[in-house]
Design a protein around this ligand. Sequence first.
Ligand SMILES: CC(C)(COP(=O)(O)OP(=O)(O)OC[C@H]1O[C@@H](n2cnc3c(N)ncnc32)[C@H](O)[C@@H]1OP(=O)(O)O)[C@@H](O)C(=O)NCCC(=O)NCCSC(=O)Cc1ccccc1
Length: 316
Amino acid sequence: MSAPTAVRPTEDELQAQFDATIAADRRIEPRDWMPEKYRAGLVRQIAQHAHSEIIGMQPEGDWLLRAPSLRRKAVLLAKVQDEAGHGMYLYSAAETLGADRADLTDKLVTGKQKYSSIFNYPTLTYADCGVIGWLVDGAAICNQVPLCRSSYGPYARAMIRVCKEESFHQRQGYELLMTMMRGTPEQRAMVQDAVDRWWWPSLMMFGPPDDDSPNSAQSMAWGVKRHSNDELRQRFVDMSVPQAAALGVTLPDPELALDETTGRYRFGQIDWTEFKQVISGNGPCNEERITRRRAARDDNAWVTEAATAYAAKHSA
Ligand SMILES: CC(C)(COP(=O)(O)OP(=O)(O)OC[C@H]1O[C@@H](n2cnc3c(N)ncnc32)[C@H](O)[C@@H]1OP(=O)(O)O)[C@@H](O)C(=O)NCCC(=O)NCCSC(=O)Cc1ccccc1
């Protein structure tokens, strides 16, 4: 008697299974069948996210040799290393979807893939490090906590640890700023100047407005993103206003006001022209960031080659 042959599910059945998993709010795992567009969309977002973490090491990294004390230097070094770790997690998550890490880096340095707009602004004073912790990590947390429930398992799980570390980063930034605000008038002015420069770019981190966000609808239908860009931006504003008051700084928006009926803050118009310029490569530091990333890859290629040869020798 011949063994029964396994019946392969048809494409329609696989799609129905995928749809049912998404509808039941369960996770898609690497070995599960998934529509090609779901896979490509995830690689796009996860790769951009990974690139942001890696490029995001540069603005604060510029202050590693200039931090005002040994303690501040150790804290900053640990934070910048954490960002590298986040990048590695995220590249690993992209690899579970069949992406190749070297290929992703190549796409970053040749401008074929994006990274967050926020990292194209310069860190002019040490107060910028505090403001990055407070506002940039704060915005990242706001955006990433819902991603812990993203439909793709490896991405959602990576986000859990990343968010815990980002919360720590945010507190260290806020603590740094509180210390400066208790300092001299010059130090307080330095904090206010940094807030003035980083506030609007932080709001841009959440992406274009909902009616100009080509990826949102599909991404939300698939449970990759859980909230719209504007919804998360609003949450961030609502969270930041009382924090700014407690710190004693002013947010640079004359239209910022509490809407008594909704309990949420109304805010002014974001400069979307600036945003578009920055994400198309024309921000203040785009060229510097990519040049440095390319140099790091090329100058250290011998390390990668040696490690690859060593691993191959051992597995043989
Ligand atoms: C919300 C969004 C960023 C964009 O929503 P989507 O539905 O995906 O797109 P949507 O259709 O709305 O946009 C149309 C086009 O515009 C692009 N674009 C949009 N916004 C930006 C932008 N701001 N910058 C550059 N590009 C942007 C977008 O990719 C798309 O282009 P494409 O079609 O691909 O060519 C989403 O991808 C997400 O949640 N990502 C995960 C979180 C993440 O990546 N976080 C990074 C910060 S990590 C961090 O900060 C940690 C840290 C802290 C401190 C120090 C160091 C490290």
